[in-house]
Design a binder for this molecule. Structure first.
Ligand code: 6GU
Length: 271
């Protein structure tokens, strides 16, 4: 994945738009319904976009939806690319580069995650205040393109403080109880063992998932403002005495869908 490919993909998308999006959204497992709220939508399957990888997981649609949400020009990914699918970090984060090229300034990243913090419960929404890259890889490895960003980008404010505070105010306004915490990015695809979850808790993690961290690193490299929201779809291993299934992840995200939709729409409206 290189700058020329990014430009080609962005140009292909741009040709189909009458307005430039300024707000990007990556919609995680079961959360893609948000894209159905986008008005005057232009929908582009990933398969049509030059250099875009294809998405393979159930519950992930695999298309860009571009249009207006609460009066803002948005571009949403309905389905993302995961490292565990076998894509490399450059492929996983390619859409973020393309969004930047299209003029996106702020990026909302969402995911379904397992609760590590024992005070959380399935169905909680969590504002991501920080993350731990536990994937053993980094999308910025390799020659740095100084046009795109710094060789050693600062990650001390990876999740924009203003956006985070704004999201908290929106939750209050809606009377939504929203958690805050640290997201741990693991590669998956296996879920954690109980011992691993205890380790992640000791490390300072509140929720664990298999995405988001690569995209947030690239968004920071590119100078975008990031807001992260996790839907706690289940508790991580060893907290409740029950096995984890992807079906449970999808089921819970369906249950919180109204809260999630209202929350993101309120954040967008008053941005
Ligand atoms: Cl418990 N672990 C991981 N790695 N990803 C998840 C999850 C757990 N629950 C939803 N996604």
């Amino acid at each position: 994945m290189n700058a020329a490919q990014t430009k080609e993909a962005a140009q292909f998308i741009n040709e189909q738009l009458s307005n430039q999006p300024t707000l990007g959204m990556i919609l995680g497992s079961g959360l893609g319904v948000l894209a159905d709220e986008i008005e005057n939508a232009v929908t582009i399957p990933y398969s049509e976009i030059p250099h875009f990888p294809q998405s393979t997981v159930a519950g992930h649609k695999g298309q860009l939806v571009i249009g207006q949400l609460e009066g803002k020009q948005v571009i949403a990914m309905q389905g993302r690319f995961h490292y565990y699918e076998g894509y490399n970090m450059k492929q996983v984060t390619f859409p973020v580069r393309v969004m930047k090229e299209l003029g996106v300034k702020s990026l909302f990243v969402t995911n379904a995650a397992g609760g590590i913090n024992e005070s959380f419960k399935p169905g909680d929404l969590m504002i991501i205040t920080d993350h731990i890259n536990n994937m053993g890889d980094n999308p910025l490895i390799g020659k740095n393109d100084d046009e795109l960003g710094a060789r050693f980008p600062d990650m001390s404010k990876a999740y924009d403080v203003e956006l985070t505070n704004h999201a908290k105010a929106c939750a209050d306004r809606l009377g939504l109880k929203v958690q805050e915490g640290v997201y741990v990015g693991n590669t998956g695809p296996s879920y954690e063992t109980g011992a691993e979850v205890r380790m992640l808790r000791t490390m300072g993690g509140d929720a664990v998932g298999m995405s988001t961290v690569p995209e947030v690193i690239v968004a920071n490299h590119a100078g975008m403002n990031v807001l992260g929201i996790s839907c706690i779809s289940n508790m991580a291993a060893g907290i409740l005495d029950q096995p984890l299934t992807h079906d449970e992840v999808i089921e819970t995200t369906q249950q919180v869908r109204e809260d999630f939709l209202n929350f993101v729409k309120e954040i967008t409206k008053s941005l």
